[in-house]
Design a protein around this ligand. Structure first.
Ligand code: DHB
Ligand code: FE
Length: 282
């Protein structure tokens, strides 16, 4: 039986990817940020999964604004890093897991969540930056990845509650897959940031840290946070945080998860970087 063993949460700021690709990680601006991921890279080496189910958002890259699925599951054999205007990032292509992805699609759709099936997709910074933060700059990513795209770019976007319940359906799907696979689920995006308008640059460290506390201890109550609160308190792009509930909902019920790592850092471009690693207790 396949099993979800741990969840990882992290921001996906594109400038972090550029800093790595351009060899700037030791510069004074970036050094404290990358220091916060040293533990994480070591942890991932020691807890290498067979598959990563990576919840992310596309930024009008693969889907454009002509067609916007709310939830889309990647069932392809591989995915190419996208050209977001400066050429594709010099990172490995992403190898998929079509068998497990198709099984999850089957199970989750029968559980009444309408997923879009994606058989070809270029993946933007929303997916590649979390991989870079957790894996560094390897020749190949350490395992296959199932990309799961969530619309947080064009309203209406899904609620935190729906995302939490979707995570539960994904857990059930994984646990009904016959092969013994160690699966991690990653929730990415956030934390507070606003990229445009008079409030551009908004950071709300107090609100972010309370979100990190409550995601661990009371995800159900936190999932009720209104869209208006995200926008007001965490900026227009803070809404990316709803994706973290998919990963949190996929964690075991009952015994609370063990927090292995927590990191919060400002500045990183316009965004507050938040990061958690939670393990399921045996
Ligand atoms: C930034 C953050 C994002 O989440 C994003 O998608 C684009 C830019 C930023 O802080 O620069
Ligand atoms: Fe983003």
């Amino acid at each position: 039986m396949a099993k979800i063993t741990a969840s990882v949460y992290t921001s996906h700021v594109p400038a972090i990817g550029a800093a790595m690709d351009l060899g700037k990680t030791e510069e004074p601006y970036w050094q404290p940020l990358f220091k916060g991921y040293e533990f994480s890279k070591q942890w991932l080496r020691e807890n290498k999964p067979d598959v990563i189910f990576l919840v992310f958002n596309d930024h009008a890259t693969a889907f454009s604004l002509e067609m916007i699925p709310t939830f889309a599951i990647g069932c392809a054999a591989e995915y190419t890093p996208a050209d977001e205007g400066w050429g594709p990032r010099p990172v490995p292509k992403v190898i998929g897991h079509p068998e497990l992805a198709s099984h999850i699609a089957q199970s989750v759709i029968q559980d009444d969540f309408d997923l879009t099936i994606v058989n070809k997709m270029d993946v933007d910074h929303g997916l590649t930056v979390p991989l870079s933060l957790m894996c560094g700059q390897p020749q190949a990513w350490p395992c296959p990845v199932i990309p799961f795209a969530v619309n947080v770019v064009q309203y209406p976007v899904p609620s935190g509650r729906r995302c939490l319940n979707l995570g539960r359906a994904i857990r059930k799907a994984v646990e009904s897959y016959d092969e013994d696979l160690n699966v991690q689920i990653w929730g990415t995006g956030g934390m507070s940031h606003q990229l445009q308008g008079p409030r551009a640059g908004l950071i709300n460290a107090e609100w972010d840290n309370r979100f990190l506390d409550r995601l661990v201890t009371e995800p159900d109550a936190l999932a009720g946070t209104s869209h208006l609160e995200y926008v007001r308190e965490a900026g227009s792009e803070g809404i990316e945080l709803v994706m973290w509930f998919i990963a949190r909902g996929a964690m075991s019920e009952g015994k609370p998860p063990k927090q292995r790592h927590r990191f919060y850092h400002v500045p990183a471009s316009n965004t507050a970087v938040g990061h958690l690693i939670l393990e399921n207790q045996a």
